[in-house]
Design a protein around this ligand. Sequence first.
Ligand SMILES: Nc1ncnc2c1ncn2[C@@H]1O[C@H](COP(=O)(O)OP(=O)(O)OP(=O)(O)O)[C@@H](O)[C@H]1O
Ligand SMILES: [Mg+2]
Length: 316
Amino acid sequence: MAPLLSIKDLTVDYRHEDRWLPAVKNVFLDVSEGETVAIVGESGCGKSTLALTPLGLLPQDGTCRTTGQVFLNDKNLFNLKEEERRLLRGRRIAMVFQDPFSSLNPVLTINYQLQEAIILKEGKPNHQTAMDLLKQVHLSDAERILESYPHQISGGQRQRVLIAMALVHHPALLIADEPTTALDVTIQDEILQLLKELKTKLGMAMIFITHNMGIVKNISDRMAVMYAGHIVELGKTADVLAAPKHPYTQALLRSLPKLTGSLGTIPVMEGQPPEPSAMPAGCPFHPRCDRTFERCEKEDPFERDSDGRRVQCHLF
Ligand SMILES: Nc1ncnc2c1ncn2[C@@H]1O[C@H](COP(=O)(O)OP(=O)(O)OP(=O)(O)O)[C@@H](O)[C@H]1O
Ligand SMILES: [Mg+2]
């Protein structure tokens, strides 16, 4: 069966003064109907840039350029007119962002903002639809929430409202960019459970971006590990976590604190990911890699398989 979303050889560059610097490089990624793919990696490795691409939300002011193809079913999203793109956005693909506060307009009530989404779907405001949506995200005090301004409800409630908005059109794909990072730990867990429940109930596929390996394990079928704009490892979450192959994935997992066993020092990964303006030649991870050899300094490993297990490393 053809994947729901298929990203083929995607490269995204941002313009910094007179130079183009890569944020996402030669990425291949498929997402099937109903599947959850987690994307992990350190800050600045290109996760959000990758997530914004299918929605057409990258800057349109000439500071960003893309090459490659992104298909939703059989439609190449890069060939759509802006109007067609806009119609697709929210309807087939929806997004939930990290910070629920800045995603809402502070001077408009929740009802006003939710109805704007409902009008797009139903052509007119509908109080019952708003109530049903809030019920679906388990907001019990729906009448009060609707009358409130964003600052009058909690962070967890705001994120639930945003998830409700994302669900208005029953999207086939939900892209969640660190949707729990700005929330308290207990609330994080509630939002995760909610997303899992909704995904199963509505049969959505999900791309879930996170720094947190615990969340990856909890929520995803497959995981993609990003480093310096590349997907360096991709596979079933259970397989990757049980036996990571890429030296970067191995180092990431080694540097996680364990809840069991004896207390010891946690190995830290030395160094920082490269700045896009100072990308090393060869494999971008080789300066930090403990298994680097000559070829790694010269040749960027490149893998184009988009299903099965994939490791972008000269050791494989
Ligand atoms: N609008 C932009 N203009 C110029 N450069 C940008 C822009 N957005 C992102 N970048 C650069 O692109 C690279 C990737 O950024 P991106 O936000 O995609 O990373 P990320 O993995 O989501 O990081 P984080 O975990 O901190 O959210 C970074 O070097 C960043 O500075
Ligand atoms: Mg980000």
